[in-house]
Design a protein around this ligand. Structure first.
Ligand code: ADP
Ligand code: MG
Length: 648
């Protein structure tokens, strides 16, 4: 094959289906294709400028970076051209032939797994380059990297594939020509953001050659782009006129009072590739020993790939408005990895490297300040709009709680902004709220950890406390064991597990009397306890009478100071195999079952039914906390035998 013969490529399957969806379902937001192209052009210029500044001989040019929009109504085309970094042949094939962005791919997979239509999900992420096919039925990309001798042409009509061939004599940068569709847009499909543009106002694709419309779209979506966006129109016989249609003042250099919420939101879309509205914006100029500007966003919803390794995290770093690094992780701690944004400082060298950054004292100081700023912003929002904060918490609370692990020194601040579930409330509570509801004589902050909230809500270990009106914090996130370990006292109350050691009810209010008062009288359980202890010797370390039970017959608790069942579960999930410590079986001396077993044990100690019941009691206690007994088949057999006898 010669250099100039076109080479056929097929789109990756994912891409083909995305394209199809783009063309058929996302029509309501057609104009966003322009924002996507301008955003890509701006990124490409950022990278080219950085290259020129840091490596000698990379064709450093003066400040003539720009993005050109060249509409041609007669031909029905629109050209978007930049003098950014361009793409090599290989880059063209991978970047314009596959879904590069992990978030988009992950969103589609997530949607597919849940069996739902991914149209809405895609909308959350921004659609990137492929959005051109909403308005164009044929697209040509001409591009060259400055160091490459020859450039590349990419062509596609958005169907199954695209063609690529080498092209000599291209200027460096990227020129994208859209052959606009001549159709009128089809009726709006029922997608949730359809309201944004009523059907009759949506421009036909051809209208995107109208200079006035282009001006409006740029103003609305791309005004903050740091490079000039030039609208090119014919003038005179052969001349052209170039008019700059954005203001180019980087958004973060403006005074916060001058920036509208819409401007911030547009900038956030560009920066985070997330179309939803940010939950919070922090825009701050800091002067003094170190000078910098920070523009931070807390997203309004959890990205599907938040925990994936490819999740973009960290902030962008600028030095004197020049982009120098993406995903600078040193600027935000791991537990604030959902925060997006940038930092611009005149005190940073342009040639800062990933290695030097780790030691950089200036950066470490910024990170401390920014961390505190984010936490105090959250505290403020918790106070000012509870519902919105709860929504934030449901998206990011589990991540934020990792702060107790990564930065225990922040525990006092984190404590104030954490929300918890508890045994007496339907919704979320702060620690301060829980502590304010403590009962007379309560000397600890009670909690119970487990894997599932619903299992925790009905855990037998809560019974006695619930009867006394004592609220128990229910912890079902993996990280919660660490939170508890770092929590310290809350208003003088130390945290205390209700599933560990003896539960001391001394000093707590007496429970209200129960209906069948005599059945609630505890009886002496010797010799039953000794017998149960023997029969379960290989499963529990002791059997004793419980103070925590009122309704259930039995429950399992940990020995004082032992790792909890939940912690062991986490260790196992991490691939460790800690020796399982024996737990304590606690029985309810007021329960009729135990009272009858006691009678039986006194009369005929060798009755095999007692052994059968011992095993059942233990397994039922496991089930009550949501754990499957090791010998499930044995349990089933024993239970069936008991049921058969009960039927007479
Ligand atoms: P994203 O911008 O989120 O990465 P896009 O679909 O918008 O996704 O673009 C895919 C990739 O194609 C970009 O990451 C970039 O590498 C490349 N690309 C797109 N447009 C340009 C351009 N004008 N100049 C250089 N590279 C580009
Ligand atoms: Mg893009």
């Amino acid at each position: 094959m010669t250099d100039h013969a076109p080479q056929e490529h097929r789109f990756q399957a994912e891409t083909a289906s995305l394209l199809d969806m783009m063309i058929h379902h996302l029509y309501t937001r057609r104009e966003v294709f322009l924002r996507e192209l301008i955003s890509n052009a701006s990124d490409a210029i950022d990278r080219q400028r950085l290259l020129a500044l840091t490596s000698a001989g990379a064709g450093a040019e003066a400040d003539d970076y720009r993005i050109r929009l060249i509409p041609d109504a007669a031909a029905g085309t629109l050209v978007v051209e930049d003098n950014g970094i361009g793409m090599s042949e290989e880059e063209v094939v991978t970047h314009l032939g596959t879904i590069a962005r992990s978030g988009t791919a992950a969103a589609r997979q997530g949607a597919a797994a849940e069996g739902q239509d991914s149209t809405g999900l895609i909308g959350q992420f921004g659609v990137g380059f492929y959005s051109v096919f909403m308005v164009a039925d044929e697209v040509q990309v001409l591009t060259r990297r400055i160091e490459d001798a020859s450039g590349v042409e990419w062509r596609s009509s958005g169907g199954e594939g695209f063609q690529v061939r080498r092209m000599p004599d291209l200027p460096h940068g990227t020129r994208i020509t859209l052959h606009l569709r001549r159709d009128t847009p089809p009726a709006a499909p029922a997608v949730d953001d359809a309201a944004e543009a009523p059907a009759d106002e949506r421009p036909a694709a051809e209208a995107f050659t109208d200079p006035e419309l282009l001006r409006q779209i740029v103003k609305r979506h791309s005004d903050f782009i740091a490079f000039p966006i030039l609208l090119v129109s014919p003038e005179g016989s052969a001349g052209v006129r170039e008019e700059q249609i954005n203001s180019t003042r980087p958004l973060w250099t403006r005074r916060p009072a001058e920036v509208s919420a819409e401007d911030y939101a547009e900038f956030y879309h560009h920066l985070a590739h997330d179309w939803s509205e940010p939950y919070a914006v922090i825009h701050q100029h800091v002067e003094g020993m170190r000078e910098y500007t920070a523009l931070l966003f807390i997203p309004g919803r959890r990205p599907v790939d938040l925990d994936a390794r490819e999740h973009r995290r960290g902030l962008q770093l600028y030095a004197r408005r020049v982009f120098i690094m993406d995903e600078c992780r040193e600027l935000m701690p791991e537990y604030l990895r959902f925060v997006r944004g940038l930092v611009d400082s005149p005190d940073l060298p342009l040639n800062v490297s990933r290695e030097s950054i780790q030691e950089d004292r200036l950066l470490m100081a910024m990170r401390r300040q920014l961390t505190r700023r984010v936490l105090s912003e959250l505290a403020e929002r918790l106070g000012s709009d509870r519902a919105a904060y709860e929504h934030f918490w449901e998206s990011f609370g589990a991540v934020l709680k990792e702060g107790f692990h990564y930065e225990p020194a922040q525990a006092p601040r984190l404590k104030e902004i954490c929300l918890f579930r508890s045994s007496s409330q339907e919704g979320w509570s702060t620690l301060a709220e829980i502590s304010s509801r403590r009962v007379e004589g309560q000397s600890a902050l009670y909690y119970l950890t487990g894997e599932r909230l619903d299992a925790l809500r009905s855990a037998p270990q809560l019974e006695a406390l619930r009867r006394r009106g004592v609220e128990v914090i229910l912890l079902a996130d993996g990280i919660d064991e660490i939170v508890i370990a770092q929590l310290g006292e809350v208003d003088g109350l130390p945290p205390r597990s209700v599933a560990q050691g003896q539960l001391d009810l001394e000093g707590l209010p007496e429970p209200p009397p129960t209906e069948g008062a005599d059945s609630a009288t505890a009886v002496q359980l010797e010799p039953l306890l000794a017998q149960l202890g023997q029969q379960l010797a290989d499963r529990v370390s002791a059997v004793r009478v419980s103070t925590r039970l009122t309704d259930s017959a039995a429950c399992l608790v940990d020995e004082e100071g032992a790792p909890s069942a939940q912690l062991l579960h986490i260790l196992r999930a991490m691939g460790q195999e800690p020796p399982a410590p024996h737990r304590v079986l606690e029985v309810n001396a007021a329960h009729p079952l135990l009272q009858r077993m006691q009678l039986r044990a006194q009369v005929s100690p060798d009755d095999p039914v007692l052994a059968e019941y011992a095993s059942l009691l233990h397994d039922l206690a496991l089930l009550a906390e949501g754990t499957a007994p090791a010998d499930g088949a044995g349990l089933a057999t024993r239970l069936a035998a008991v049921m058969t006898r009960a039927m007479g």
